[in-house]
Design a protein. Structure first.
Length: 368
């Protein structure tokens, strides 16, 4: 039987690429390098990305189609090579080379104001002239788009260094990425752990974060796969843990600190942040009402020998500013604005101390 390229292409027209539904020839996935040497056939299939999930199945289908529609005697198995148009994602240790400091913002439980603290800390750092990014890693409850008044933003792709990278949204001098930009804001995100972790990796590795002094990562509450994925993907400069002074919240904050300081993770804890430290009515700014208990975080910080980075009061305006998409830290003349500016200064000071007294940050390798 005489073989020629047109026969091969006709067989490949019967194979469809699952990503588009088009056949391989129609989709332009067959490179113009078909080689025929007796019964041996070889050629290259072109994919957009090197990690395309359909590579193996498409190559297998192409082999089967040629053997079925032309001849079972053709030597094709192992002779189909693959080429990707985009460059491979950098290795984990080479991710974000232009980001100086990566700060994980965590909490032992939900409802303590972790995302509010993350947003305002980012804004306060940017107001001091630092280049700042904020990654909303709370995959199942993303709230940063609303807090930054960018709910309708749809990040675009930009080709950089042979790769299509996501361009973060930006407001108040802070670069922002969130899974909230890519899902329906009115529907719950029902993903298994592996899918959520892959989404986090993509927001980290496939985004154009550029040069940053600080990248804050707003983690989900508690301890989960997301936390482990983060410390395995990036070298975290340090973590801050947010809690209210209530004993129930402090019990979970203790577990969060234990996770970061544990032997397997070993991420420095920069300090504790006490949110809702006291309630102050707007009409009585000098009054303090300790509705969740008094100085619980201060006592825990002393017990665990970690710094207390700040105490943020509960004022009605902080809720209003979050809902309106204008973080309280934008106005340093208010009680909460001043508190967040001071918190930012304390975090900067603590990071400088960490760099001076601790070994350089390394990505965590967790043995299964």
């Amino acid at each position: 039987m005489t073989l020629y390229p047109k026969l091969i292409l006709e067989a490949l027209e019967k194979v469809r690429y699952p990503g588009t539904g088009k056949n391989l020839v129609e989709a332009g996935m067959v490179e113009d390098n078909i080689r025929i040497e007796g019964s041996k056939v070889s050629f290259t299939l072109i994919f957009e990305k090197p990690n395309d999930p359909f590579i193996q199945s498409v190559v297998k289908a192409a082999e089967t189609s040629i053997l079925t529609y032309i001849s079972p005697e053709i030597d094709i198995k192992g002779n189909i090579s693959v080429k990707a148009l985009q460059e491979k994602r950098p290795e984990p240790d080479k991710l974000l080379p232009d980001v100086k400091n990566i700060i994980a913002v965590a909490s032992g439980k939900g409802g303590v104001g972790k995302s509010t603290v993350s947003a305002n800390l980012a804004v306060a750092l940017a107001a001091e002239g630092y280049s700042v990014g904020l990654l909303d890693a709370d995959i199942f409850g993303p709230s940063q788009p609303k807090m930054f008044n960018v709910e309708d933003a749809r990040p675009t792709l930009e080709k950089i260094g042979g790769r299509d990278l996501i361009c973060p949204a930006e407001n108040y001098g802070v670069k922002l990425l969130s899974i909230g930009f890519f899902v329906d804001r009115n529907n719950a995100v029902l993903w298994r752990g592996a899918m959520a972790c892959n989404a986090l990796k993509q927001l980290i590795a496939d985004a154009n974060w550029g040069a940053l002094d600080y990248l804050l990562i707003d983690l989900p509450p508690g301890t989960s796969d997301i936390h482990l994925t983060l410390v395995q993907t990036l070298a975290i400069t340090g973590a801050v843990v947010v809690s209210t002074p209530q004993q129930v919240a402090l019990a979970d904050a203790r577990k969060g600190i234990s996770m970061f300081l544990g032997e397997k993770v070993n991420v420095p804890v920069l300090g504790l942040i006490e949110n809702m430290a006291w309630f102050t009515p707007a009409e009585l700014p000098e009054n303090r009402y300790y509705i969740f208990g008094k100085e619980g975080c201060k006592q825990l910080a002393e017990e665990l020998n970690v710094p207390l980075l700040g105490q943020i009061p509960l004022v009605q305006s902080i809720c209003e500013s979050g809902d309106s998409g204008a973080p309280a830290a934008l106005n340093p003349d208010t009680i909460t604005g001043a508190s967040f500016r001071q918190l930012a200064a304390n975090v900067v000071e603590r990071i400088e101390y960490r760099h001076k007294h601790l070994a350089p940050t390394r990505r965590v390798i967790i043995q299964s």
